[in-house]
Design a protein around this ligand. Structure first.
Ligand code: FES
Length: 158
């Protein structure tokens, strides 16, 4: 006679999978976007003034330069409940403080390694470039990032 325990376990797993799927469908990620004042924030402004729709999941924090973003800001954002973080900078060669965006991209690379040690997927922390005239690019990056984080699901507290 066969035991019914494995069959019950299988059903329980199915229920868990279904619940997980439902939760993921309803999941609206909280994303913090650090935007440099001179290019990326102006790009966001351009998208706004052109009334381009984009996902409302990103809370913007304006900084004067991406070089001002301390990796601790990003870790703090995750600690305080963000599911994702974005850093948007001026394109290479366009930083108003000359090298701020070069420093920011180097810090971001180092940070990605650190995030792995905390069990945070690197896709949750995006670095990209948006200029003042790139409203469409801003919208595309926002929407892509939100979709990526939605697929990853809520950040699990470590
Ligand atoms: S001023 Fe925009 S990245 Fe430095």
């Amino acid at each position: 006679m066969q035991s019914s325990v494995p069959a019950n376990e299988e059903k329980l797993d199915n229920v868990k999978d279904i619940k997980k799927e439902i939760n993921l469908k309803d999941f609206e990620p909280k994303i913090i976007g650090f935007l440099c004042n001179w290019c990326s924030y102006a790009g966001a402004d351009k998208a706004g003034s052109a009334q381009k729709p984009y996902s409302p999941n990103v809370n913007v924090i304006k900084v004067m330069c991406s070089g001002r973003i301390d990796p601790q800001f990003i870790l703090k954002a995750f600690e305080k409940g963000a599911d994702g973080v974005m850093i948007l900078a001026c394109h290479p060669g366009d930083c108003h403080y000359k090298e701020g965006n070069y420093r920011a991209v180097q810090r971001h690379r180092l940070l990605l390694r650190l995030l792995g040690q905390f069990g945070i997927e690197k896709e949750r922390c995006r670095f990209d470039y948006v200029s003042a005239g790139e409203g469409d690019r801003f919208v595309a990056i926002i929407n892509e990032t939100v979709e990526t984080v939605k697929k990853l699901g809520p950040l699990k507290k470590v």
